[in-house]
Design a protein around this ligand. Structure first.
Ligand SMILES: Nc1ncnc2c1ncn2[C@@H]1O[C@H](COP(=O)(O)OP(=O)(O)OP(=O)(O)O)[C@@H](O)[C@H]1O
Ligand SMILES: [Mg+2]
Length: 286
């Protein structure tokens, strides 16, 4: 059975799409088959996974999938991750990652929220074929509106990436409260928070203060990613939280996996997402 994780935070720019894309890569490095669903009309995850819109060869995207309102409708829109090696062949990670891509027009589905059963349309679109994957990761917008609700209705777990700042922490709490209060309304009463992942961590007194508040509120749900991990034969001790490092930004800009680099920082960043993937495999899905 595929484990479906919705990545959500009610604050923008906290690293949701970065987390979604690089977690897909981390899970693929462990040999898992991963489907990434882009439920954000910004389509950042789509682009970062190397899927480009070509007007000469239009592809189906999530707007059409949701509009179809049909069982299994997502299958026909699946496309392979576009990451390639220097010689143009798909990378070993890309071979295990598929994408349900988005475009800006996905926002047009938002106005259909009042239609009977609309919140279950994404779940319906996945019915019957998605168990070909080990994991499904759904990237969402920084709100709690209809597109995010569809993603929550289709998921087993919500993962909340957050930067350790006041507004990010408050937004993470809003997501958690929303899940407790509305899982039943989303026809998904067993939905639970799978974890709170600290991203963009900088070593400042204010961030430490916010981290302490996050731990008070979420306890064990705040993932501790620290530990020894081997990357390309080199042992790396990972930090507890995902730091603010320019390499993450560079990977997103270049639309590549962190494993595209084989330097020290490349191995350090890969090690962090290997820890994320291990945590998901062993302690969220396990
Ligand atoms: N740990 C990090 N260190 C440095 N830069 C990061 C880190 N995580 C994310 N970024 C960068 O911060 C920016 C915002 O990240 P991202 O787009 O993943 O956030 P988001 O939560 O998906 O935003 P949105 O709410 O707009 O969807 C991007 O440029 C990304 O590359
Ligand atoms: Mg995003």
């Amino acid at each position: 059975m595929a484990i479906v994780l919705t990545i959500s935070n009610n604050k923008g720019g906290v690293g949701k799409s970065q987390f979604t894309v690089q977690t897909a890569a981390g899970l693929a490095r462990r040999g898992s088959r991963v489907l990434v669903i882009d439920m954000d009309p910004q389509a950042n995850a789509t682009r970062r996974l190397g899927v480009e819109w070509d007007p000469a060869a239009p592809i189906l995207t999530m707007s059409e999938v949701i509009k179809a309102d049909a069982e299994g409708a997502g299958e026909q829109a699946v496309i392979a991750c576009g990451w390639v090696d220097e010689d143009g062949t798909p990378t070993s990670e890309a071979e295990l990652i598929d994408v349900l891509p988005a475009r800006f027009d996905l926002i047009n589905r938002e106005s259909e929220s009042g239609v009977l059963g609309a919140v279950r349309r994404l779940k319906k679109a996945l019915d019957g074929w998605v168990d070909d994957y080990d994991f499904v990761l759904i990237d969402t917008r920084p709100d709690l509106g209809h597109l995010v609700q569809m993603a929550m209705a289709a998921a087993h777990y919500v993962i909340i990436p957050t930067e350790p700042g006041y507004d990010g922490v408050e937004a993470a709490i809003r997501v958690s409260d929303f899940v407790s209060q509305h899982a039943v309304d989303l026809a998904n009463p067993t939905l639970q928070i799978g974890g709170v992942v600290v991203t963009r961590r900088k070593a400042t007194a204010e961030k430490d203060f916010q981290l302490a508040g996050l731990a008070d509120r979420f306890g064990e749900l705040v993932w501790n990613l620290a530990g020894p991990t081997e990357v390309r034969g080199v042992e790396i001790i990972t930090p507890k939280h995902i730091p603010e490092w320019s390499r993450f930004d560079e990977a997103d800009a270049a639309a590549v996996s962190l494993s595209a680099w084989n330097d020290k920082r490349g191995r350090e960043t890969v090690a962090i997402y290997d820890q994320v993937a291990r945590r998901i495999t062993e302690r969220v899905a396990g």
